[in-house]
Design a protein around this ligand. Structure first.
Ligand code: GN1
Ligand code: MG
Length: 349
């Protein structure tokens, strides 16, 4: 961010001249800065408009949820955007959009789950987000990214990339491509799940990775952040991304696949944490798909990374050649490990 640009934002939010800013965060999509304005600390974020074509819809959703929660759950810690001096919660400069959040004091984020307690805390906190909004009509929310977790469409995009993508990359990725085709039954399972009358449309976060939870110094989860993809959705999106990002000791960035494994205690912690708040409102049909949620999301993420690799990294970007290919391979490895866990559990029963 240029000094001139920041000076403009500083005026819009009425921060003193001494205000400093520094880039933070590990998100792949938006840019985030920590702003220290005198005694106050804020989070400034720009919105990636290639991904979010209607930043005003994100803003509208956050406004709706904030108003609802203030009335019905006033105790709930919701990280609503801070209005500018003009009262808006979204500010456009050039063709970019910015918003500001209050920094929640004495909190930190973690990038990988180290203990089952962290997994439990995060799962409970994301589950609670959906649970406190149980009576809010999710269909009021704008769809900020159409078909974001539509596995049928993601599979179709993958098939198209295998036909029309970078020919050299397609050639080199053949064994991964074939393996991903073999798991097509997960698309059918997904369709059967969402088409069932007992698959409830809920207020879903859609990005429940561990770095989207704030923890306090005692290691307790305080609240969830990164609400841009909050949309009507299914619980499998949220629970699934927890399996994807909490059970393995290494992240999607890890190149040494021998480090990819499923920690049983973290799996149980996710299930217990989520069900401790969502257990009473979930249907039997939903409960039957708890484990499936992990397969669904890990598979979708593998498809998304490989699709992006075949299409020359236009969406996620690449820090080194083959970055998205490595990420896809990593996710396929995790998928195999999760499916193996499933069959071991079934054989034991
Ligand atoms: C993106 O930007 P970030 O890191 O919060 C992506 C998620 C993926 C994730 C993989 C809008 O999230 O769906 O799971 O990368 N968000 C979008 O790291 O595409
Ligand atoms: Mg995100």
């Amino acid at each position: 961010m240029t000094t001139a640009l920041f000076a403009e934002l500083r005026a819009v939010w009425n921060w003193p001249e001494s205000t400093t800013y520094a880039i933070i965060g590990s998100g792949l999509i938006n840019h985030t800065w920590k702003v220290v304005a005198g005694e106050e600390v804020f989070i400034l974020q720009s919105i990636n408009q290639t991904v979010f074509q209607r930043p005003d819809w994100i803003d509208e959703n956050l406004g709706l949820l904030h108003t609802y929660l203030q009335v019905h759950q006033p105790e709930y810690l919701f990280t609503a955007p801070v209005p500018s001096v003009y009262g808006q919660t979204l500010w456009e400069i050039g063709d970019a959009f910015y918003r500001v959040f209050a920094y929640v004091p004495n909190t930190r984020t973690v990038d990988t789950v180290e203990t089952a307690e962290q997994a439990f805390e995060a799962a409970k906190t994301f589950g609670n987000f959906t649970a406190v909004l149980q009576d809010f009509d999710a269909t009021q929310l704008r769809i900020t990214i159409p078909d974001f977790h539509n596995l049928t469409l993601r599979y179709k995009q993958f098939q198209d990339a295998c036909k029309f993508g970078n020919p050299a990359r397609i050639q080199e990725s053949m064994s991964l491509i074939q393996e991903l085709h073999q798991y097509h039954h997960l698309v059918q399972q997904y369709e059967a799940f969402i088409n069932h009358a007992q698959a409830n449309l809920r207020v879903t976060h859609h990005d429940t990775k561990i770095s989207n939870v704030l923890f306090n110094e005692a290691g307790k989860a305080v609240c969830v952040i990164d609400l841009d993809t909050v949309m009507p959705g299914y619980f499998i999106s949220d629970l699934g991304d927890m399996y994807r990002t909490y059970v393995c000791p290494v992240s999607e960035e890890e190149k040494d696949f021998s480090k990819i494994l499923v920690r049983e205690d973290c799996c149980r912690a996710i299930e217990e944490g989520y069900l401790s708040v969502m257990g009473d409102v979930m249907s039997d049909w939903e409960k039957k798909h708890i484990r499936f949620s992990g397969h669904f999301i890990v598979y979708m993420q593998a498809l998304r990374f490989l699709t992006d690799h075949l299409l020359n990294d236009g969406y996620y970007g690449a820090k080194y050649p083959g970055h998205n290919y490595v990420r896809a391979g990593n996710q396929v490895h995790l998928l195999r490990a999760l499916m193996k866990r499933e069959s071991t559990i079934i054989n034991r029963q």
